[in-house]
Design a protein around this ligand. Structure first.
Ligand code: ADP
Ligand code: MG
Length: 309
């Protein structure tokens, strides 16, 4: 099986065929049409086996996650995904692996009507690079630099689950079977918050997706916006699986520092009542991330990332 057979068998047959794709897989370049009133949002992320995921991760999950992390970046800008390219470096031609990998990738692609329009295949240590492209109505992107003093800070869903899932995948902790299933799925099949990102256009000021941990990623918003924040660590949304698996101080530490959650963190000028979001703090003028308990006691646990910058 050569490179072209792999493309034909695993990547060229797609259910999604978008009218804005003028030329898809098969030529030197793909040609696409961007709607007149929209801007193009472009992002790329690479996953390296043994670095970004444990080497024994199921191929389906690798396909799924490779796309999910890119869609998460689009979501954090408020963009609607449209097209992807895939650069795949494979150690060998393994039909079972390719079947599962492409199933995982296309399951998520179909959900958002995303078309794979090109890519590359090379031989080497397993590495997956996806570039994702999406649309944003003109000048409505949710930038990291747009937080304002007095904005409330929100996060989606729960934090720290993927980090505990990773400890479990690495056999550093053993968990109750139900929790293990849930936490591993949070690690291996993150849900990009695409719809939420779209809905936050015109409502949120700044947004970022949490890939390196809340403290580090909120730190990027603070730095780019030249503001500070007070975050109440006992307001962080924690799942039952996390709370029941570790002591509360460790749960808070995982929620603050753990990567791979791919939830959104955003700031908004007004209170938002929505069960999908939790308000965790407020943007301040002092250029630092101030971590407190709700009773105003300072948090003294471990923090990665940018407490001062
Ligand atoms: P070139 O030699 O011009 O770079 P290739 O021989 O690498 O082209 O690829 C042939 C066609 O298949 C191109 O249209 C390319 O975009 C597409 N392609 C290659 N690898 C992939 C992949 N992993 N997924 C989807 N399309 C791919
Ligand atoms: Mg090529």
């Amino acid at each position: 099986m050569n490179e072209f057979d792999i493309i034909a068998q695993f990547f060229a047959k797609q259910i999604v065929t978008r009218p804005d794709v003028i030329l898809g897989i098969g030529d030197d370049c793909a040609i696409v049409e961007v709607p007149a009133d929209q801007q193009l949002a472009i992002t790329t992320d690479t996953l390296v086996a043994g670095v970004h995921f444990p080497t024994d991760t199921p191929a389906f999950d690798i396909g799924y996650k490779s796309l999910a992390v890119n869609l998460s970046d689009l979501a954090a800008m408020g963009a609607t995904p449209a097209w992807i390219t895939l650069a795949l470096t494979l150690p060998e031609k393994n039909v079972r692996w390719l079947t599962e990998f492409s199933r995982g990738l296309f399951e998520l692609a179909q959900r958002y009507q995303i078309q794979l329009i090109g890519g590359d295949i090379t031989r080497g240590p397993l590495t997956i690079t996806i570039e994702a492209k999406g649309f944003i109505p003109k000048n409505q992107a949710l930038k990291r630099s747009a937080a304002k003093v007095g904005d409330l800070i929100y996060v989606t869903n729960t934090l720290g689950d993927a980090a505990l899932g990773l400890l479990c995948a690495e056999k550093k902790i053993s968990l109750q079977p139900d929790y293990q299933t849930y936490l591993l799925s949070r690690l291996n099949r993150p849900e990009p918050r695409v719809e939420i990102g779209e809905q936050l256009r015109g409502i949120a000021h700044a947004a970022i997706d949490i890939s390196d941990g809340l403290a580090a990623d909120l730190g990027h918003i603070l730095e780019k916006s030249q503001v500070g924040a007070t975050v109440y660590v006992d307001a962080l949304p924690l799942s039952e699986a996390l709370l029941r698996s570790v002591a509360t101080p460790q749960a808070i530490e995982l929620a603050l520092n753990g990567g791979d959650d791919y939830e959104l963190c955003f700031t908004a000028p007004k209170e938002i009542h929505d069960s999908r979001f939790t308000c965790i703090g407020i943007i301040t003028q002092t250029l630092r991330l101030n971590l407190l308990y709700k009773d105003e006691r300072p948090y003294s646990g471990k923090v990665n990332g940018y407490q001062h910058f």
